[in-house]
Design a protein around this ligand. Structure first.
Ligand SMILES: Cc1cc2nc3c(=O)[nH]c(=O)nc-3n(C[C@H](O)[C@H](O)[C@H](O)COP(=O)(O)O)c2cc1C
Length: 391
């Protein structure tokens, strides 16, 4: 199969992924919350950002390289944290971590990943970042951060946009659970999606491995009991409203770069920086938390104006192409992360997915910059065609 020809952009991988994963997994990955307005607006908001080409500018060799948070990367994008990635496609975390290292871009591991933070640091090296869902018990959060530090992580992003238990209608209806509930409906979905099922047989049932040491059954040989306990532990004891006091404590505990993920309000962006954050992720969690949340496109210009030009800002939500990356950078982001596009690519192309989609995004971004007349990423904001934001 010639994957360059068959999958020239994310949209084709999205379609293929949909066919290769069971319905309850598809719903978990594709949907957002409530009526899905916010998921749709993330994409539509980016579509509405117009960029002005400058044909008199010379950009024969657009340069995607950037220095971000004190490190050089080959491109201004990385992989966003996705919990339960191993349920979406077996081995997804390992596949994407290895691809990120090969492309020299960041890979972010979720607290609720299905591969250990220590293993991912080995695979991705310095390209590994960690996302923290903050455990309620001080000793547990302290220990998780200690493990990140000992494993060699530098960048930790604290997710602040889950202050309350999330209600996602599709997941409730599907009875999405870990371990998956094998009723007739899910079994039928597995039989009719053999690519996913056969690989899942190879890896075994996904587990929340990073949290296993913190509950009673964590070391048990009984896998089923251990998984159920982990899930219960996450539901009851992981996830905390990040008050200024908790944030200050995390700042004190973490010696590396501490980013805040889920910032939408310009005033709060400033407040987090005053509390000692090293950077911000402007994000509505891929439309998965609040269906009335503004998009990164809506708020990025105001956040950039409020915090000033030097604060490191990452944006996410709805980015599906190199053109969308250029749009976010034009609006004021220094860097972007994406979730679903990487999941679509892995589900569509298994081992080849991560590398392939990273190549595509780089080629698209380069073509966009060449078309706009931008030789460097720093020139993108000058291409923002402001009229689009007044609509
Ligand atoms: C399946 C899935 C799982 C996610 N899990 C997490 C998570 O564990 N922690 C987190 O901070 N964000 C999580 N997110 C949000 C992503 O990190 C990111 O903000 C979002 O996917 C960006 O939107 P996009 O999917 O349109 O690129 C998840 C998103 C998806 C799609």
């Amino acid at each position: 199969m010639n994957i360059d020809k068959q999958y020239p952009c994310v949209a084709y991988m999205e379609t293929a992924a949909k066919q290769r994963i069971p319905d309850f997994v598809r719903d978990y990955l594709y949907h957002g919350i409530s009526r899905g307005v916010s998921v749709r607006k993330n994409v539509e908001g980016l579509d509405s950002v117009m960029l002005m080409p400058h044909y008199l500018h010379d950009a024969d060799k657009p340069n995607l390289r950037c220095n971000f948070l004190g490190r050089n990367y080959n491109a201004p994008f990385g992989v966003a944290p996705m919990g339960l990635a191993g349920l979406i496609w077996p081995n997804m975390e390992r596949i994407l971590a290895a691809a990120a290292k090969a492309h020299n871009i960041p890979y972010t591991l979720s607290t609720v990943a299905t591969v250990s933070l220590e293993e991912i640091r080995q695979i991705a090296g310095e390209n590994a970042w960690f996302q923290l869902y903050t455990p309620q018990e001080p000793d547990v959060r302290k220990d998780l951060l200690r493990r990140c530090h000992e494993a060699g992580y530098d960048v930790v992003m604290v997710t602040v946009d889950v202050p309350f238990k999330t209600r996602r209608d599709h997941d409730i209806r599907n009875g999405l659970s870990v371990p998956p509930r094998f009723d007739l409906k899910t079994l039928w979905q597995m039989v009719t999606h053999p690519h996913w099922s056969l690989r899942m047989l190879g890896t075994g049932i996904p587990q929340f491995v990073n949290l296993k040491p913190y509950h009673e059954a964590g070391q048990s040989r009984n896998v089923g009991r251990s998984i159920r306990e982990s899930t219960k532990f996450i539901e009851e004891r992981v996830g905390l409203h990040i008050t200024p006091q908790i944030f200050a404590e995390l700042r004190e505990l973490w010696p590396g770069k501490l980013l805040v993920k889920g910032v939408l309000d310009p005033a709060e962006a400033k407040a987090y920086m005053n509390l000692g954050a090293d950077g911000l992720i402007v994000s509505n969690h891929g439309g998965r938390q609040l269906d009335a949340a503004p998009t990164a496109v809506d708020v990025l210009p105001a956040i950039r104006a409020t915090v000033g030009p030097t604060v490191p800002i990452i944006a996410d939500g709805g980015i599906r192409s190199g053109l969308d990356i250029a749009r976010m950078l034009a609006l004021g982001a220094d860097f972007v992360i994406m979730g679903r596009p990487f999941a679509f690519a892995t589900a569509a192309l298994d081992q080849q997915g991560g590398e392939h989609v990273m190549n595509i995004l780089k080629a698209e971004l380069q073509a966009t910059m060449g078309q706009l007349g931008c030789a460097t990423l720093a020139e993108l904001p000058a291409c923002l065609h402001n009229q689009c934001l007044q609509n």
